[in-house]
Design a protein around this ligand. Sequence first.
Ligand code: NAD
Length: 490
Amino acid sequence: MVKKLRNYINGAWSDVSDAQTLDVMNPATGEVLACVPLSPASEVDRAAQAAATAFPEWRRTPPVSRVQYLFKLKCVLEENLEELASIATQENGKILEEAKGELTRAIENVGVACGIPVLMQGDFLEDIASGIDEFMIRQPVGVCATIAPFNFPAMIPFWYLPYAIACGNTYIIKPSERCPMTMQRAMELIDSVGLPPGVVNLVNGSADTVNAILDHPVIRAVTFVGSTAVARHIYSRSAANGKRVQAQGGAKNPVIVLPDADFSMTTRIVADSAFGSAGQRCLASSMAITVGEARKPFMEAISAAASSRVVGYGLNPGVEMGPVITTQSRERILGLLDRGIQDGARVAVGGHTKTVSGYEMGNFVEPTVIQDIAPGSEFARTEVFGPVLGVMHADTIEDALRLVNSGQYGNQACVFTSSGAAARRFRYEAEAGNIGINIGVAAPMAFFPFSGWKESFFGDLHGQGKHAVEFFTQTKVVVERWPSDWSRKF
Ligand code: NAD
C-alpha cells in the first residue's frame, strides 16, 4: 500500500479524501514512493482561514518569544538532517552529499531568522521639527504563502518560512507535487516544536491549488520559485489580486573562461556546477564561453571531467551524479540536444540516455558537453535543466561579455581568471544578480539575498536575509508631537 501524503492545517494532519492524487516517483529506481493529493481550493481556504485566525495572537507574541520556536526548530532539523537528506535524495535524485548541503542552507536560514529581534527593528529620529519625532515600525503583513519547485525540496521553503513566522506572519507552504515528501517530514518536525495551531500550514497540490492561493483574498503575500513561464503567471495574477509578490524564475547561466584561468581548478569547479544535481540547479553553469587560447585546454579538460563522472543512485557511495526528475524531462533534454545539433552544434562527450546497471528504470542522462553552439539558437537561449554544458567561443572578453548579456535570463554569471582587472570588469558589467569570480555556483549564504535579475526574477525584494525581512513586513511611519515645553532646555 503506497503511503498517501497529508495536509497539515491548523496544527493537525488531515487526509484529503476526495482529491485526485499523483504518484511521487524515485527518479533513480522508478519506484512509487508515495502519492500526493492535489488539493482543491477548499483545502487552501481551510489553511488560509486557520492562518488568519492564528494571526492576531501570533503577531502579538513578542519577537523574542517567537524566535524561541525557531531555536528549537534549528536543533530538531540538525538532529534529523541525515533522514531529511535521504528523503530528498530518494524523491529528487540528487546525491546524498548535495541533499545534505541543501539542508545545511535551510538550517542556516532558520539561524539567521533567529536574529529577528534585531533584524526587524525600525528607525527613529527625534526632533524632525521642534518637539516632533518620527519613527518607522515594521509590522507583519498577515497570511503569507510560498509555492516551491522540485529541485530543492528542503532548502527553498526555508528561504521564506522562518522569516515569515519570525516577523509575526502566519504561513502556508505548497511544496512541489513532484518532491513533496521532504517537506512532509520537515512539517512533522515543525509540528514537534509546539507552534500555536495555524501559524504554519502545509497544503499539497499542483496548478489548481496554486491558483486558489493566488486568488484567495485572505492571503496577503506570495513567494514563488520555479520556471519563468509560471513565475510570470504567479507575479501577474498575484499582483492583479493586490498581493505582495516575488517570483524567482528559470536560468541559463553563462561562465566565461579566460586564458589566464587555473585550468585544473576551473574544470573541477565548472564540472561540479554543470553536472552537480544532474544540472537541475537554478545556478547550474549551462553555457561556457572560452576566450582566446582557453578553448583547447578547457575543452579537453571538461570533456575528460564529463566522461569520468560516476552516474548512479544518489544514496550509493561514490556516485557523483543522479538522474533527472522525470522521463519527460529526459526526453525534453535529449530533444533540445538534437535540435542543437541540427543548428550546427557538435557533441564532444555524452548526449544520450545513460543506462545504470541495477537501475534500468532510472531517468539517467550522460554528462554531456556540446560545442559550437550558434549564438541566438534555441540551445543558446533555452534553459536545459539537465547535465549538459554548452560551449561557445569568443575572441575577446568584450565579445564574451556581449554573449553573457545577450541572454534573457540573469540568475548567475561567472568568470574564471587570475586577472583582478578582468574580474572587476566582469563583476561590473555582467547583467546577472549572482556573480561568481572563480566560483561555479555563486549561491548566496542565508544572510544575503538570492538575487536573480531579468527573466530570472519578477519583483523587487528577494528571498533570504534582510530582503526576506523587508518582504514579510510592512512599514508604518509615525509622526508624533508633544507639547514643546516637554522638551525644552533644562
Ligand atoms: P515549475 O514552474 O514547473 O513548478 C514550480 C511550482 O509551480 C510547483 O509548486 C508547481 O506545482 C507550480 N506550478 C507548475 N505549473 C503551474 C501552473 N501552470 N500554474 C500554477 N502553478 C504551477 O518548476 P519546477 O520544474 O518545479 O522547478 C524547476 C524550475 O525552477 C527551473 O526553471 C529552475 O531554474 C527554477 N528555479 C529557480 C530558482 C531561482 O532561484 N531563480 C531556484 C530553483 C529553481
